[in-house]
Design a binder for this molecule. Structure first.
Ligand code: NAP
Length: 515
């Protein structure tokens, strides 16, 4: 059965436009799973309804009351978890372990923000920092406050996380009292749509708090107001295009971008064999998990020059054992890319890197893919370059698939310099024993990375993984990674609030307690 992904705006379901709708495909079998299209949706009406009805109702609640909504959403989605994993298998081509990163990651993030929200004041606004006197006798002072934005939050999401990508943004927005309109990436919109439909049918949220448009509606950005917000996840090229839109460029619509990133894993100069094993295990996991289609995946591996051959051999040995194919086939460890067009993009990226790197492991010659020949399955490729200083492409080219490049470094300063050549990344991980070496590396990497993941033997069993964006920690990176900021606990709420300095008599400011 092929599903029509109806659009939900102004508290009403609207059909797709028959003439221009797009098919969502099974990336392994090529069969049509669903249709999406939103050409005829009135986006101005959608946003107006969301601001007025959804925003008004959400803002009439306090933070703990909205946290209770998140809790109910979490419970509703939890009860349908197996159904979501099945959609993910069919539409994203992922094995259960990889689908779980998306689906369970979404559930965990929702429950985390529900817990954070329950601990917030039973109030409609937040006090930000201490009061500062503006005169000698303290009769005139300044107090910063955070109030929920009265705008709408448009969430434009990437194809690789249809579940987590929605809820990691929606949870802080709804907790802040801001209505959301989600536009999932078309290729995998089915899972997002199914979750939104389940939440709407459960009647948890006020009218207008949650809307969805699948496809490319006309006026998606044109119809925004200057006090609205856009939270974008996707490629740097699309982010650049959207940033140039007059609503953002001229009218000041708040814009957060999470984009490409050439993330690094560094084996410390003092790294023991155990540290080397940890790095090798993590690289293999990042290469194969979701077929390398994670914005946080390890793309560059830096090791002391004398360890280059050992690490190359250890990685080759592990990658040779990876089974690739249809995620429905028992024993398959790595499913497919999200679409055949992504397979073509990855093939092009591999050709690009081949010009400046050696192929240390070419899965296309070593692994038999257990899927139809024209499926979107791509086995892993490990490149190596002995001279990373002379090959700028390895620091600039994001191949969004199971592809990474190994490179040697002379000393730690050289390794840190190589990592920085990504010109702003989401995450770097460092593996070693010496606490001061790890801390020193972190202080350097923090300037060009949104997150630094330090792995020492005492964290072997507890570390959360290089590529996993935990809601407690910042997700986002400077420069090339988009310059955005998400998650990081309560920090995520700032994007959906307006901060203002209130100046007045001490007695008046005393009235501005959270209310
Ligand atoms: P994409 O092609 O840039 O698309 C991202 C989203 O933007 C999709 O919903 C897409 O809709 C929409 N879009 C594209 N052009 C648009 C336009 N002119 N107007 C309005 N919307 C537009 O990226 P993708 O291929 O889905 O995702 C892969 C990329 O995302 C990778 O580069 C990856 O690094 C990055 N990513 C980053 C993060 C992060 O957190 N930093 C997370 C995941 C992925 P359609 O689907 O309808 O084209």
């Amino acid at each position: 059965m092929t599903i029509e992904l109806l659009n939900h705006t102004e508290s009403t379901w609207h059909p797709t436009s028959a003439g221009t709708r797009q098919a969502l495909l099974d990336p392994v079998l090529g069969t049509t799973l669903a249709w999406a299209g939103a050409d005829q949706i009135d986006m101005a009406g959608c946003y107006r309804w969301a601001r007025t009805h959804g925003g008004g109702a959400l803002r009439s609640m306090t933070y703990p009351q909205r946290a209770d909504l998140l809790d109910q959403i979490h419970q509703t989605l939890q009860s349908r978890r197996d159904h979501y994993l099945d959609i993910s298998l069919r539409n994203s081509g992922t094995v259960e372990r990889d689908s779980s990163i998306d689906v369970d990651g979404a559930l965990y993030t929702l429950s985390y923000y529900a817990k954070l929200g329950r601990a917030l004041p039973d109030a409609h606004r937040l006090i930000d920092g201490d009061r500062a006197s503006l005169c000698r006798d303290g009769s005139f002072a300044s107090q910063h406050i955070l109030v929920p934005s009265h705008g709408v939050a448009l969430l434009i999401n990437a194809f690789n996380f249809p579940a987590w990508g929605l809820w990691e943004k929606a949870a802080p927005a709804l907790l802040s009292g801001v209505p959301i309109v989600v536009k999932p990436a078309t290729a995998t919109a089915w899972l997002t749509w199914e979750m939104v439909r389940d939440v709407l049918e459960a009647g948890i949220l006020p009218d207008g708090a949650l809307s969805i448009v699948c496809g490319r509606p006309a006026g998606l950005l044109d119809a925004l107001d200057p006090l609205d917000m856009v939270s974008f996840t996707g490629s740097a090229d699309t982010a650049a295009e959207l940033r140039g839109h007059p609503r953002i460029l001229r009218d000041g619509v708040r814009f957060n971008a999470e984009t490409d990133s050439i993330n690094s894993a560094i084996l410390g100069p003092d790294g023991s064999l155990q540290a080397e094993e940890q790095l090798v295990r993590e690289v293999e996991r990042e290469l194969t998990s979701k077929s390398g289609q994670k914005c946080t995946a390890i793309r560059r591996i830096m090791v002391p020059a004398k360890r280059y051959d050992d690490v190359a051999q250890a990685l080759e040995a592990r990658l040779a054992k990876v089974t690739v194919g249809d995620p429905r086939t028992p024993g398959i460890r790595m499913g497919s890319l999200v679409s055949r067009s992504q397979r073509a993009a990855v093939d092009t990226g591999i050709d690009t890197l081949s010009g400046s790197c050696d192929r240390l492991f070419d899965g296309r010659n070593r692994i038999t893919v257990q899927a139809p020949e024209d499926s979107a399955c791509v086995p892993p490729t490990l490149f190596g370059t002995q001279d990373p200083d002379r090959h700028p492409l390895v620091h600039q080219t994001e191949v969004f698939g199971p592809v990474a490049t190994l490179m040697p470094y002379r000393d730690m300063a050289h390794a840190l310099d190589l990592a920085r050549r990504g010109m702003g990344s989401l995450v770097a991980s460092v593996y070693g024993e010496d606490p001061s070496t790890l801390a020193h590396a972190a202080a350097h990497l923090a300037e060009s990375h949104g997150r630094v993941h330090l792995i020492s033997p005492d964290t072997a069993k507890t570390q959360t993984g290089h590529g996993n964006a935990m809601p407690q920690s910042n997700h986002g990176g400077p420069g090339r990674a988009g310059g955005g900021q998400e998650l990081g606990g309560l920090r995520a709420l700032n994007f959906y609030h307006r901060q203002a300095a209130i100046q007045g008599a001490a007695g008046v400011l005393g009235q501005i307690t959270p209310a």
